[in-house]
Every structure is written in C-alpha cells, then in structure tokens.
Design a protein around this ligand. Sequence first.
Ligand code: MD3
Ligand code: FE
Length: 203
Amino acid sequence: WAEPRGEGVVVLRRLARADAPTLLDDIQKIARQAGFRNMITPGGHEMSAAMTCAGDWGWVTDRKGYRYQHEDPQTGAPWPAIPERFSQLAGRAAEEAGFPGFQPDACLINRYEPGAKMGLHQDRDERDFSWPIVSVSLGLPIVFQMGGPKRSDKPERILLEHGDVVVWGGPARLNYHGVLTLKKGSHPLTGPYRYNLTFRKAG
Ligand code: MD3
Ligand code: FE
C-alpha cells in the first residue's frame, strides 16, 4: 500500500517483497564484480556501511571528495550494469509516486551490519534534482530519519522493513536524511545484514 509522508515522499510498503530473493541474487552477482567496500569520507573517516554500485555512474568518496564516476576505483573496470529487474522495479515505483519515465543511471548498494549507521546528509551529487531517488530496503529493519531541507530540522523516524520502497522527489529531494545504528538480528534471506538500493539519475 502507498503511504504519502509529506510533500514529495511516498512509502510503498512491501512493494519489493515478492522480488526480494531475485534482487538479492542480483546483488551477489554485482558484488562478485564490484565488491562491497567501506569508503573513506573527505574528512578521513571510514563509512560504516559497505557500498558498491551498478550502472553508468557509481558514487564514490575518498580523501579528494564525493563524486560519480564510470569506473570502480578498486579495479578500474566499469561498474556492472543495472539488472533489468532493478530498473523495472525503480520505474514502477517512481511511476506510482507520480514520476513516469524514470530511467536511473546509477544504483548505489549499501550493506549494513550490526553497528553500522548513516548520519544525516543530503544527496546532492546528482546533476538534475527534478528526478526522484527511489530506495529499496532488504533484510533487517532499520530506523530511518527523515529531516527537512535544513540540517537543523528535527527528523521524523520511520521504520523501514524488508521489501519497503520509498520515492523521494519534488520538494523532498534535497531533504536531510540518515539511518540509525542497525541492531543485531537475523533475517531469513540476508542473515545479519540490511541492504539498501538507491536508484538515481546522476548524469
Ligand atoms: C531522502 N541511504 O545511500 S535510503 C544513501 O538506508 C542513503 O541506506 C540510506 O541515504 C539507506 O544516500 C537511506 C532513503 C533515502 C535515500 C535518498 C534520499 C532517502 C532520501 C534522498 C533525499 C531524501
Ligand atoms: Fe542519502
């Protein structure tokens, strides 16, 4: 079911649940080519979420800054392609939220283990903020923090569970957001992990 949560945010509860096993197989295939790694922020801190990417553009961070690039810095090879099933799901979710024709060219894949988190931040390295970001949560649940356009706006907490898909567009596109620390648990499909896919139009 679809739950509007303020301007520009649509939560599609469980939309990806039926597809989850194949999505997770695809994630493992991507990770065999472009492995999960804990990247370093420009400030010199290691991110606690491990990441990899698929698509024409992949998001990277190192001491030099944040950017999108065509190649995996770990191998120099192009990022793996976005699997057809991923694009179909992202397009369907965006359409349900009022963004027909969404064709993402970047898919960031985050893997959280117990203790991993992501502090409040904005996603602003993409070229065109008129396209939404679509996120898909798989595995263990996590508490998501949805803030506003200013860092000081008090975030609202939303529990994101296995199969939940959220579309962030329009006025919510540049909102601050993050996730609290993942609690220990065991999910039948992902074991100790939570995976998050985010689909973007980066180029
Ligand atoms: C709201 N990931 O990869 S997904 C990220 O759960 C990121 O891994 C989190 O933030 C995660 O950048 C949150 C939900 C999300 C993603 C992008 C957004 C919410 C957003 C962009 C704008 C506003
Ligand atoms: Fe983000």
